[in-house]
Design a protein around this ligand. Structure first.
Ligand SMILES: Nc1nc2c(ncn2[C@@H]2O[C@H](COP(=O)(O)OP(=O)(O)OP(=O)(O)O)[C@@H](O)[C@H]2O)c(=O)[nH]1
Ligand SMILES: [Mg+2]
Length: 421
């Protein structure tokens, strides 16, 4: 393991804008992926009629991803720079897989937003930026990619920068700290090294910008919380839930419980990067084994925490939401799917308690009949199935969510208070 501070970095943006290619290129240029592997991927991609996807294949490991040339699920990759030990989370851009992007973004401290120079801001550029903001991404690096397709022209770059700046301002992202970089992931311009093709640009190249990210906030002293992302059965060990530690520390011997499945036991082993460790902390992606827990006892969306400070399971919760887009209006009784950490649960908006003026944060109307696109509101929510979620002021990492319906993100928000089951 590295002694450097850890960063979880999400790579987000519209489908086909080159996220996986950029990550693959970065890993290749920093010698984390050997040349012969890229050669091999190049052959494989060409055989599949997907020439040009060799760098994307570094991150796209599923057979279906390689056949279709799209990322479907998030993929993690460890990577070292001079300053940081990174876990890169490559997110899918396709609109059908935004739910996986939400899981990825909720695990990240900062993000790289990839926008193709020839295509500019597109629907999932918007959706991802909105989600990144609401799910608590700290800083954004904007990679204006595929500069080779626009003849490395500064003029086109400036147009895209302006478009993205407007978008970031709309969702109140702190644009002052946002770095914009013209790159070509495919050609390798301005990724790890400065490119002569973009000599008009004198800012940080991507690798420098990554090194210059601020250190992530010191972990809160909140109790252990590990949202479960997957549950595996591994021979010789048994059931191995995996997930990222959001808060707290896990050590073998801990007495833990999984909520809402409501089972628990003693932690036997904790693994990171396939090696057993004595303890793991916030930001660490772990696999662990708990005495007496079988594969069918727990599931994605459970949260693991200490028995004596058990993850909160909500009967109802009050939340502040911002409506991003909805074809009509949202009224009490509406039951879309809430995505919180790794959980996806249908929840009913029982009441709309207050409409909030998004600019001032003040109450604009008590008990409004409806809310619509652009509105901010305080609502009371009843999960239709048990859901573990926490007040954002106590455990911010477990206190935010996105609301989806009809294949799109409707709103996102954070939990103000929880009425426990
Ligand atoms: N010309 C050019 N093509 C690029 C560049 N970066 C990526 N591409 C191509 O764009 C296509 C999509 O690349 P991906 O890396 O799979 O894009 P993605 O953003 O990861 O796509 P999803 O994960 O499915 O959203 C591939 O054909 C790449 O070769 C670039 O800098 N220049
Ligand atoms: Mg991809």
């Amino acid at each position: 393991m590295s002694d450097k501070p850890h960063q979880n970095l999400a790579v987000i943006g519209h489908v086909d804008h080159g996220k996986s290619t950029l990550v693959g290129r970065l890993l290749y240029e920093t010698e984390n992926v050997p040349e012969h592997v890229i050669e091999q991927y190049k052959e494989e991609a060409e055989e599949k009629g997907k020439g040009g996807f060799e760098f994307a294949y570094v991150m796209d490991n599923l057979a279906e991803e390689r056949e279709r040339g799209v990322t479907i699920d998030i993929a993690h990759q460890e990577f070292d720079t001079d300053e940081y030990y990174f876990t890169i989370v490559d997110c899918p851009g396709h609109r059908d897989f935004v739910k996986n992007m939400i899981t990825g973004a909720s695990q990240a401290d900062n993000a790289v937003l990839v926008v193709a120079a020839d295509d500019g801001v597109q629907p999932q550029t918007q959706e991802h930026v909105f989600l990144a903001r609401t799910l608590g991404i700290g800083e954004m690096i904007v990679a204006v990619n595929k500069m080779d397709l626009t003849d490395y022209e500064e003029g086109r770059y400036r147009e895209v920068v302006e478009e993205v700046t407007q978008l970031l301002k709309q969702v109140r992202f702190d644009v002052d700290n946002t770095k914009f970089i013209p790159v070509s992931a495919f050609e390798g311009d301005n990724v790890a090294e400065r490119s002569g093709n973009l000599s008009w640009f004198d800012g940080d190249v991507l690798l420098e910008a990554l090194n210059n990210l601020p250190e992530s906030e010191p972990p809160t002293d909140a109790p252990l919380r590990v949202p479960i992302q997957d549950v595996y059965t591994i021979s010789g060990i048994g059931t191995v839930p995996v997930g990222r530690i959001e808060t707290g520390v896990m050590t073998p011997g801990n007495d833990v419980t999984f909520q809402p499945s409501d089972v628990g036991g003693e932690v036997k082993t904790v693994e990171m990067h396939h090696e057993e460790v004595d303890s793991a902390g916030p930001g660490d992606n772990i696999g662990f084994n708990v005495r007496g827990i079988g594969k069918d006892d727990i599931r994605r969306g459970d949260v693991c925490g200490p028995v004596d400070q058990s993850p909160t399971v909500a009967e109802t919760f009050q939340a502040q939401v911002v409506v991003m887009q909805h074809p009509s209006v949202i009224t009490a009784g509406y039951t879309p799917v809430f995505h919180a950490h790794t959980a996806q649960v249908a929840c009913t908006i029982e009441s709309i308690d207050q409409k909030i003026d998004a600019a001032s944060g003040e109450v604009a109307e008590e008990n409004p009949d409806f809310i619509q696109s652009g509105d901010a509101a305080v609502v009371t929510v009843r999960p239709q199935k048990p859901l573990s979620i926490e007040p954002a002021n106590e455990i911010p990492e477990l206190g935010s969510f996105a609301i989806r319906d009809m294949g799109q993100t409707i709103a996102a928000g954070k939990v103000l208070s929880v009425d426990e089951r």
